[in-house]
Design a protein around this ligand. Structure first.
Ligand SMILES: Cc1ncc(C[n+]2csc(CCOP(=O)(O)OP(=O)(O)O)c2C)c(N)n1
Ligand SMILES: [Mg+2]
Length: 822
């Protein structure tokens, strides 16, 4: 808690009542005549047109899925298609008032929103700009297809481009918006402000908050709309996203123009169902979803239920709510009532709802009702509306033909370039800053108190006389991380950092001490205890163009951000067809002394997921150099640190840790001590145990061990390790992770394959026991100890003369333990 906000018991202990205001429900009731001042005739008709385009697009997919043809054109689409037939008015109303640089995020059921926002953007864009967007997107490959034999105006060409880009994406074609790597549930097109749609229910709930933060922190124009389903209100990331988005500090602590609420609308597309579970009356308790806003903050999130069957009601709400956001009073919660006539997917037989219910909603169908109102009010003639439908059907038949033609719209050529997806997993750029601008800081770097105190520290663990430097005078590993982080804050104006206790506390384990003095709130702030949203918001911030460091206090809390770390962070670069970059560093600290839920090394979980870079430095020199590189890159990096060694000094790099900037390439292991008889490869803090082992091997057995510090898990260059094994013929691998399924096992297997002919014994892994981590006093029975490593060498790799093992490393014991699962 910042000291400048005093919490006064005299005030807080007084009796009082919390009062809730009214939440409007379906209050819009204007007629076309009453709306004439707000819309031109063309506008009224365009709204109809956009709804029809969405309806027909979804109809087409429904027919393809269920009958394998549309308008006599045969096609088989094996992939997903979650259709939004019935929800068109909600989508068009949502997109109608949005500017091109307003961003939308969505769900698995977002075709309609993509088309609505795309159509709205095309309407708003200047023709030249629109044309240049199409021309520059993937070298104009999609434009070439739709431009051939086209004889209309640029806006109509834009509509063809939009429909083709979306459909080709759904059918996994290279000309799709994301090269066919996103598909139906994830397709998006950033030039029109259409950001990722998410197949993980509620996935956009925190990512979109990060996008709103990006806009706010970097003073970018526009708002963000998070379109998610009613059932996603049951998802952790949505609640965490709401919590993150409504923190008081935006209004109380952020300064000047940064003060005020986030420009964000949580727009729940409330079709009243999950897949088959009914939210109102069965799976949720909110009755009317909009009620949820009441409990979140005193503004009740400006919550409202609106009639999503009437496009004009939705437009009216968005107009009013945009005003709220412009006045920096956001975020807003909208409960947009709608209904999906189609099944959850085309194969859904709708066994969970009655025919009568569907028919009742069909009777009030938004497109039919809106058409009737237009005709009755004299705004449009029935024939002209019918022409729109006929024209749309023809256009979609044309677009379908283009999209399914294997010559015009091939898939990415996996035969010619089998590794082409591999090439898209990382963006691998090296950028000092994400944007040219002077960074907001509170003082010159030299005046920073931490910088001043570090100046006098010894950057090597021994002084000139060879005496070991005391901890108080030593430049420690935490100082190495700090130097890299603060340096980047003064270089990259977009860099922001958040996590629990990141600010006045000084960051977990004092790594950030000194940052609070240097940075305004909008660049460094405390987050709620929402590990999912800490990472999710970082993802949204990164994908919009900012660089971010998010911190997870203990590795064990990574479980709380599981979806964000495993499903979101690693995937969006490749799923975008490399349109998006993800310059996000997640700092994860591996605990010690705090038992079973605060001491686990889960590096293998992150290394297992394609799309993440994973590093684990063990020395101050490596920590600074690797952090510099991570922050210079454009890829997600999981940066592991060990609490056990935050205070170590530099023992390996001659001359100590350099004061200036330097980078250590990710993926390069480092020989910490050369040797010739056995190779020991370690990850993280066990390096210091291994040093003891090397000394014993040398002093007692006359053997020299070559010590290699992996430093990175992904990427990883095996060559130096193989070279070493060629020399020694033997290798032991060790880290603090529990041994079963650890990353060491993967490394051991790869080394076996790559160096089989040079090995005198199989690679041996010594990890922690497959137990819970016990209390500190018993940790020596759990984490790898020098004696364990010596025993393992003696029993499994090479005879150590006179050595007596304490640990049973027999095959029998190994089989037995595995049988028991411990
Ligand atoms: C985390 C997660 N759990 C379950 C699913 C399977 N699933 C896909 S859609 C869906 C229902 C979602 O309902 P809602 O959020 O209301 O969106 P709607 O489908 O109604 O548009 C479920 C359970 C999933 N994709 N992700
Ligand atoms: Mg739903």
């Amino acid at each position: 808690m910042p000291k400048n906000q005093n919490i006064n018991p005299k005030v807080l202990r007084k009796p009082q009542f919390i009062e809730f205001g009214k939440i409007p429900v379906n209050q819009y009731n204007k007629t076309i005549a009453e709306e004439k001042n707000n819309f031109s005739r063309e506008d009224f008709i365009r709204i109809y047109h956009d709804m029809v385009v969405i309806r027909e697009f979804e109809n087409m997919l429904n027919l393809i899925k269920t009958t394998n043809e549309y308008n006599g054109i045969p096609y088989n689409h094996p992939g997903p298609a979650h259709l939004s037939i019935g929800q068109e008015a909600s989508a068009v109303g949502m997109a109608y008032t949005l500017e091109v640089d307003d961003y939308i995020f969505g769900s698995h059921r977002s075709h309609g929103e993509i088309l609505a926002k795309g159509l709205s953007a095309i309407h708003r864009l200047d023709e030249d700009v629109l044309y240049s967007i199409m021309k520059n997107y993937f070298g104009g490959s999609a434009l070439k297809v739709v431009e051939k034999d086209f004889h209309g105006d640029i806006k109509s060409l834009g509509i063809n481009f939009l429909l083709y880009g979306a459909l080709a994406e759904i059918f996994a074609r290279e000309n799709g918006f994301n090269k066919g790597l996103g598909g139906s549930m994830h397709a998006f097109f950033t030039p029109c402000g259409i950001y990722p749609n998410n197949a993980i229910v509620g996935g956009s709930g925190d990512i979109s908050v990060g996008a709103a933060l990006y806009k706010k922190i970097n003073r970018k124009p526009g708002i963000v709309v998070c379109n998610i389903g009613d059932a996603s209100m049951g998802c952790g990331p949505v609640w965490e996203g709401i919590t993150f988005a409504t923190m008081d500090q935006y209004k109380t602590l952020w300064d000047g123009e940064y003060k005020g609420g986030l420009p964000l609308i949580f727009n729940f597309m409330n079709n009243l169902y999950g897949m088959g579970g009914q939210t109102m009356g069965e799976t949720m308790g909110y009755d009317i979803l909009a009620r949820v806003g009441a409990g979140v903050n005193p503004e009740m999130m400006h919550s409202e239920r609106i009639d999503g069957y009437n496009p004009l009601a939705v437009i009216d709400a968005f107009r009013r709510k945009k005003q709220v956001l412009n006045e920096k009073r956001g975020p807003v919660l909208l409960d947009t009532l709608t209904y999906r006539i189609s099944g959850h997917s085309p194969s859904d037989a709708s066994s969970y709802r009655s025919k009568e219910e569907i028919e009742a909603w069909q009777e009030e169908d938004s497109i039919l009702t809106y058409a009737q109102t237009l005709v009755q009010s004299g705004m449009a003639k029935k024939e002209e509306l019918d022409d729109i439908t006929t024209g749309t059907k023809e256009l979609l038949s044309h677009i379908l033909m283009l999209s399914i033609d294997d010559v015009i719209s091939p898939r990415i050529n996996m035969e010619k370039d089998p590794d082409c997806i591999g090439k898209m997993m990382f963006s691998d750029r090296s950028l000092d800053r994400m944007e040219e601008r002077i960074p907001d800081v509170l003082m010159p770097l030299e005046e920073n108190p931490r910088i001043k105190s570090i100046k006098n520290k010894e950057r090597y663990y021994k002084d000139k006389e060879g005496k070991t430097v005391s901890k108080a005078k030593l430049f420690q590993l935490r100082d190495g991380i700090f130097e890299a982080v603060i340096d980047r804050f003064y270089k990259d104006p977009t860099l922001a950092a958040w996590g629990e206790e990141n600010r006045d506390w000084g960051g977990a384990f004092a790594v950030y001490r000194g940052l609070t003095e240097a940075l305004p709130y909008h660049r460094l702030f405390n987050s709620p205890i929402s590990e999912g949203a800490i990472v999710g918001t970082a993802i949204g911030y990164g994908m919009c163009g900012g660089r971010v460091i998010a911190e997870i206090m203990y590795c064990d809390f990574l479980g709380r951000s599981g979806d964000e770390v495993f499903n979101q962070l690693p995937k969006w670069q490749a799923m975008s067809g490399n349109i998006i970059k993800m310059p996000v560093v997640i700092r994860v600290s591996v605990g010690s002394k705090y038992g079973a839920q605060h001491s686990q090394d889960w590096s293998s979980l992150t290394a297992h997921i394609p799309g993440l870079k994973v590093v684990f430095p063990a020395t101050p020199y490596d920590a600074k150099g690797l952090m510099n590189t991570a922050l210079q890159g454009t890829d997600p990096v999981i940066f592991f640190e060990s609490q056990r060694i935050y205070d170590v000094g530099e023992m390996f790099h001659e001359g100590g840790v350099p004061k200036g900037y330097y980078e250590i390439p990710l993926g390069e292991p480092d020989i910490k001590r050369p040797g010739k008889d056995i190779t020991i490869l370690s990850i993280g803090a066990t390096l210091y145990q291994v040093l003891k082992v090397a000394d014993i091997l040398n002093d007692k057995y006359g053997l020299s061990a070559e010590l290699i510090d992996a430093r990175s898990l992904v990427p990883f260059n095996y060559e130096p390790v193989i070279q070493s094994v060629k020399k020694t013929g033997r290798i032991l691998l060790t880290s603090d992770a529990t041994s079963r399924g650890s990353f060491l096992k993967d490394m051991a297997q790869t080394i076996t394959e790559l160096a089989f002919d040079h090995l005198d014994a199989p690679p041996v892994v010594v990890g922690s026991r497959n137990w819970i981590t016990p209390a500190y006093e018993m940790e020596k029975y759990f984490f790898p100890q020098p004696e364990w490593i010596l025993d393992a060498i003696h029993e499994k790799i090479m005879h150590l003369k006179g050595h007596k093992s304490k640990i049973d490393y027999s095959a029998e014991m190994s089989i037995n333990l595995n049988k028991k699962g411990v």
